[in-house]
Write a protein that binds this ligand. Structure first.
Ligand code: PAF
Length: 300
């Protein structure tokens, strides 16, 4: 590494270098580019788990240097959401990233992301409506804005996002296409716990009894997919799955079958060759869980 650059092991975590300003990030990215390296960015909000680390693995397959950003982005949280309690543990995150082979943590100061006079927001449009866009109307504007900033700051060749947040992945792909951002967006597979629960930083909010019920969300999706693939009614199976979840204490936000590319609801006009996906969001107590699953061979 260039000894004159800001690329130094972080003295607090003693793991990876941690950079907190745009100028230091650009200096390092320029140094790597001069050395002929390609660069990947894995944007995260920290609270890292195996799902995030699998994205680092994917990033390492696509580039020579992997930057992981950790920033709990205030603009994607509504006032009543968990911004202040969102897991923040840089020592553990840095250790996990070092073990996994990431090269640099970008943990920007809030002032680097949202300066005193900033007013710009990125609104992506139709793909950000429906599903999480309905119940969290602020969310995708905040995500698109911060991801746009991160891509402009790091100018990576590739950026990796998980399919657990499937709508988010499509929102980001759409933004990158529409704004001609020269970064290739790569989607990483959703990673599950052994009992099927989709990994999420928010799973640590669950009480013991909520944690034991949480995999039922995935089971409900599997059940709908099974029934529907056997040719039975989509709406009946969704209705049954919703009421089972409600009986188990979930508050269901949505459970919907949609076109996996456009996110349009599936109906009689859906193309027969459309790829379909079932999406769910439901809360257990204060914890909101989301999940999704691909459907094959379906006659809508
Ligand atoms: O998926 C997340 O963790 C966040 O929404 C992201 C993409 C890092 C933007 O803050």
């Amino acid at each position: 590494m260039n000894s004159k650059s800001s690329f130094r092991i972080d003295p607090m975590t003693k793991t990876l270098p941690i950079i907190d300003t745009v100028s230091a990030l650009r200096q390092q990215v320029n140094a790597w580019r001069t050395q002929g390296h390609t660069i990947a960015l894995v944007p995260t909000m920290g609270g890292l788990h195996e799902g995030h680390l699998s994205l680092v693995d994917l990033a390492l397959q696509h580039s020579d240097r992997v930057i992981v950003s950790i920033f709990v982005n205030p603009t994607q949280f509504a006032a009543n959401e968990d911004f202040s309690t969102y897991p923040r543990d840089i020592k553990t995150d840095a250790k996990l990233l070092q073990q996994r082979g990431a090269h640099l943590i970008y943990k920007p100061l809030s002032s680097e992301m949202y300066g005193a006079h900033e007013t710009t927001r990125v609104i992506v449009g139709k793909i950000a409506q429906g599903l999480c866009g309905t119940s969290r109307p602020h969310f995708f504007e905040g995500v698109a804005t911060v991801v746009c900033k991160l891509l402009c700051q790091a100018s990576p060749d590739v950026a990796v996002f998980g399919e657990k947040d499937y709508q988010q992945l499509l929102v980001i792909r759409t933004m990158v296409r529409d704004l001609s951002i020269p970064t290739k967006i790569i989607g990483g597979k959703l990673i599950r716990e052994a009992d099927g629960l989709a990994m999420s930083s928010r799973n640590q909010y669950l009480t013991k009894s909520q944690r034991s019920k949480a995999p039922l969300l995935y089971k409900a999706l599997q059940q709908v997919v099974d029934i529907v693939e056997k040719g039975h009614s989509v709406s009946q199976s969704i209705k049954a799955a919703k009421s089972q979840l409600t009986n188990q204490g979930f508050v269901v936000d949505y459970l919907e079958l949609r076109d996996a590319d456009t996110l349009d609801l599936v109906n009689k006009d859906t193309r027969p060759d459309a790829r379909l996906r079932i999406f769910a969001a439901a809360s257990l107590g204060k914890t909101r869980l989301i999940d999704n699953l691909a459907v094959s061979n379906l006659e809508p």
